[in-house]
Design a binder for this molecule. Structure first.
Ligand code: BGC
Length: 811
């Protein structure tokens, strides 16, 4: 089987050994405000805070060839032109390697005895992409090297940039000062920010006008300036501004030289924008450039970045005896959780950065895998999310990260959204013990005049479900629940109409078993939060609400062998054995069993047996089966995908960990792990078939009915990251933050017999040694802390930070 790379665990890197991966395999640089997406061939783009509103460099999605456009370094070595990342010139390299690390990417290319190595990172605390490029002459003769850098600027608003050409071809402006190129389009009017692209050495030439650099009718693969070895010193005026430097130097045999390139984002106070008419104030740029003038400065920032990640990854660490599990839990899954926390579903190679901002449900779930890393940022995020809630408890489905305002185009009406907020806040309080978040005053719809406590927001969330039930006493689905494509009130027959925003049929009938599972699952936590807040009466009322919902599920939601998915707008069953297609769905089996519904009735066990029997495949658990072969007006977008893709019978990885967690509820260690392994990137055997990055989760793997069964799509930005980390760290390995302390409650597969874990929790450090002789079922769990056995596995939270030795035996 063709392989394209491997994990270097010691370096915490994924090493790509050939550039022509089945699709671009990317990395995310930056984890605060400045972000760069960088592919294994140097493609990608940068933005500041918001991929739509403040796009710094241009990227064309759906381009041919794919992934053309990025930060490029062209080398003209005595007439031979090449790029170290292979793209865009695609000259044959003698050696190539790309190492994606935590917050940085290293691309190495070698040709004819010249080795080029570029290390790019977004340094912690800086709004810049900084690249150290080292060229080494490995040949026996001196080399005259001509190096050309290249970035193409985006005119800030990425949506406008790719549509409004009648205006945009005439607005571009730059300034050039020494080795620094300033992109200042629209700065003359309302913007107070610009970009700078500079190198820490004198240049022999430059270009800032794309067509001058490339030449008419030429592409990134054949820039005339590079092939003719002559920068045009062009000054952009309208059209397409770029930044390109030319550096010429000689390398003796064995000699190497490094340069530092910096692409930065700068802002000025409104009254200090200019130093002379139309001459921008470059002070912030100069400060940034001064910080990365020398290699020593670069190396120090690089070290600081590694230390930052050391700190984050020391919070949860496992040595399980299975390196595939360890590398995911310890490094890559947590890393992806950071990325999904930062990006939600906005900017990837499948999300254009202009379509979706931060999702209410998406971001709430992303927090489940991020909470332990930086709880203070999670707290801020929860407040931002809650501020997009409406007074009736419903919520904007998405908001823009820059403005934090709800997205009108999509609006609200997704009836699962409100409940996710309770999941997020409960996870925060469990991790930190900080109940002050409940008293935080948070506006509704960003209107400060109608602010209420966070707890009141949660109350409205909870009651939104109670107040929106259908004929069977089950939650009304609204436009959709977690499954965005199950649009039971949409009834769209007009081509191009949005399935998410169209509701042609306000049935007041279509109900969701999935939301029922969420409601039951979150009820105890909600009651506990009420009590913490001093709302005894509200807390006391919760068990009855919970029970009513459970009863409704048991009475109207059980199909005989599994749980139904929904009732449609006619009151017909969805996800029933009676259906011709879409007989069984994964979501209710996962969420209802996780919530403990039907455990004592034996339904839970049956439901999970049915999942194995009908939905399980080599590459994971399909979302439903059989997929819909024709368009169902009453079901919506789910049936608009060809069978086996996306929500129509694909393996939608996001919900596989729900089955892992559900199996753990029933104590099935081997079965839980089996599901975990099937979608886990580090267990992928056929990288060509899988297609997307083998170090992160993808949203979807084509299901058994698809012509390309096993091929993944939509890598990186998926709730799979958070949920699988949650399932592995809490469901399988069983380290669970609880309101009162840390609960140790593993459910292990038989083959993991001796594990060591470290968990930092509320200031204390727990060194945990687990011995498993339970044979693949949960067995009896015994926990001792500092030599003393504790009942129930709950280690009470410390009043003062301490270090604890914990032993766990499973028999
Ligand atoms: C969306 C999620 C949704 C999932 C399933 C994703 O693309 O971001 O909000 O739950 O699809 O439809």
């Amino acid at each position: 089987m063709e392989q394209y790379g491997y994990f270097d665990d010691a370096a915490r890197e994924y090493v790509i050994t050939r550039p022509d991966t089945p699709s671009p395999w990317i990395n995310y640089l930056g984890c605060e405000a400045f972000f760069t997406l960088m592919s294994n061939t140097g493609g990608g783009y940068s933005f500041y805070k918001d991929a739509r509103m403040l796009r710094i460099t241009r990227y064309r999605y759906n381009n041919v060839p794919t992934d053309a456009g990025g930060q490029y370094f062209y080398i003209n070595d005595g007439g031979s032109v090449w790029t170290p990342g292979w793209m865009p010139v695609r000259a044959k390299l003698d050696a190539y390697e790309c190492r994606h690390g935590l917050g940085y990417t290293r691309i190495m290319g070698e040709k004819d005895g010249l080795k080029a190595c570029q290390v790019s990172m977004v340094p912690f605390g800086s709004d810049a992409l900084v690249t150290k490029l080292t060229l080494e002459n490995k040949s026996g003769a001196a080399k005259d090297v001509s190096l050309f850098s290249f970035v193409e600027f985006c005119l800030w608003n990425a949506q406008d940039d790719s549509t409004n050409f009648q205006r945009n071809f005439s607005t571009g402006e730059v300034e050039i000062e020494g080795s620094a190129i300033y992109h200042k389009t629209e700065y003359r009017e309302r913007r107070n920010h610009y970009a700078v692209y500079a190198v820490n050495a004198p240049v022999q030439g430059f270009d800032t006008d794309r067509d001058s650099f490339l030449g008419a009718y030429r592409g990134f693969d054949s820039p005339a300036a590079v092939f003719e070895d002559r920068s045009r010193n062009s000054v952009a005026s309208g059209w397409a501004p770029i930044g390109s430097h030319n550096l010429k130097f000689t390398l003796a045999p064995g000699e190497s030289r490094s340069f530092i390139f910096l692409l930065g984002y700068c802002e000025n106070p409104q009254d200090q924008k200019f130093v002379a008419p139309n001459v921008i104030n470059k002070a912030p740029a100069k400060k940034l450039l001064d910080a990365f003038k020398t290699e020593a400065q670069f190396d120090a920032a690089f070290k600081a970045l590694a230390e930052y990640w050391d700190g984050l990854l020391s919070i949860y660490h496992v040595s399980s005896g299975d390196e595939k599990l360890d590398r995911m839990v310890n490094v890559w899954n947590q890393y992806q959780c950071m990325v999904t926390f930062n990006m939600s579903r906005s900017a990837s190679y499948f999300e254009s950065g202009i379509g979706r901002g931060m999702g209410f449900r998406d971001s709430s779930q992303d927090l489940l895998g991020f909470m332990h890393l930086i709880p203070s940022r999670a707290r801020e995020r929860l407040i931002d999310i809650a501020a997009t809630q409406f007074q009736d408890g419903s919520a904007y489905h998405q908001y823009q990260p820059l403005t934090k305002r709800g997205n009108f185009e999509v609006g609200s009406g997704f009836n699962d959204d409100p409940l996710w907020l309770i999941f997020g806040v409960a996870a925060y309080v469990k991790e930190t013990g900080d109940i002050s978040i409940l008293s935080e005053n948070v506006p509704f719809d960003n209107d400060e005049t109608v602010a209420e406590s966070m707890m009141e927001h949660l109350r409205r969330s909870y009651h939104y479900t109670i107040d929106h039930k259908g004929p069977h006493g089950l939650p009304l689905i609204g436009r959709a629940d977690w499954n965005d494509c199950l649009n039971l009130n949409c009834f769209s027959s007009t081509p191009g109409e949005s399935f998410q925003t169209t509701a042609n049929f306000e049935s007041g009938v279509a109900e969701s078993l999935f939301i029922a599972g969420m409601f039951v699952g979150v009820s105890d936590d909600y009651a506990r939060l009420c009590r913490e807040f001093g709302w005894q009466e509200e807390a006391d009322a919760v068990p009855a609400h919970k029970q009513a919902m459970e009863q409704a599920v048991l009475r109207h939601g059980w199909d005989g062998e599994w749980y139904l998915r929904a009732y449609d707008a006619y009151g017909h069953k969805v996800g029933s054995n009676e259906c011709e297609e879409g007989k069984i769905y994964i979501e209710p089996q996962g969420f209802l069993v996780m919530a403990g519904v039907g455990v004592k009735e034996g339904y839970a066990q049956k439901a999970l047996d049915s999942v194995r029997k009908h939905l399980l495949s080599e590459h994971g658990v399909a979302i439903h089966t059989p997929p819909y072969t024709r368009y169902h007006l009453e079901l919506g977008e789910i049936s608009s995908y060809p069978p086996g893709y996306k929500e129509n019978g694909g393996i939608f990885c996001h919900n596989n960990p729900w089955i892992v967690l559900a199996e753990a509820v029933l104590g099935h260690g081997d079965r839980a792990f089996d599901i975990y392994r099937r979608t886990c990137p580090s267990y992928i055997t056929d990288q060509k078939l899988h297609h997307t990055e083998p170090y992160v989760y993808s949203q979807m793997v084509a299901g058994p009915y698809a012509p390309r069964f096993g091929q993944a799509k939509n890598s990186w930005l998926t709730g799979t990251a958070a949920w699988t980390f949650y399932a592995a760290s809490q469901g399988i390995l069983g380290i669970k933050p609880e309101f009162d302390g840390l609960k140790i409650d593993p459910c292990l597969p038989a083959f993991l017999t001796d594990l060591k874990l470290t968990r930092k929790f509320r200031g204390s450090t727990y060194s945990i040694h687990m011995l498993n002789r339970a044979g693949g079922e949960k067995g009896r769990v015994r926990v001792t802390v500092d030599g003393r056995e504790i009942g129930g596995g709950l280690i009470p939270a410390d009043k003062a930070p301490a270090a604890h030795e914990v032993t766990v035996t499973l028999e």
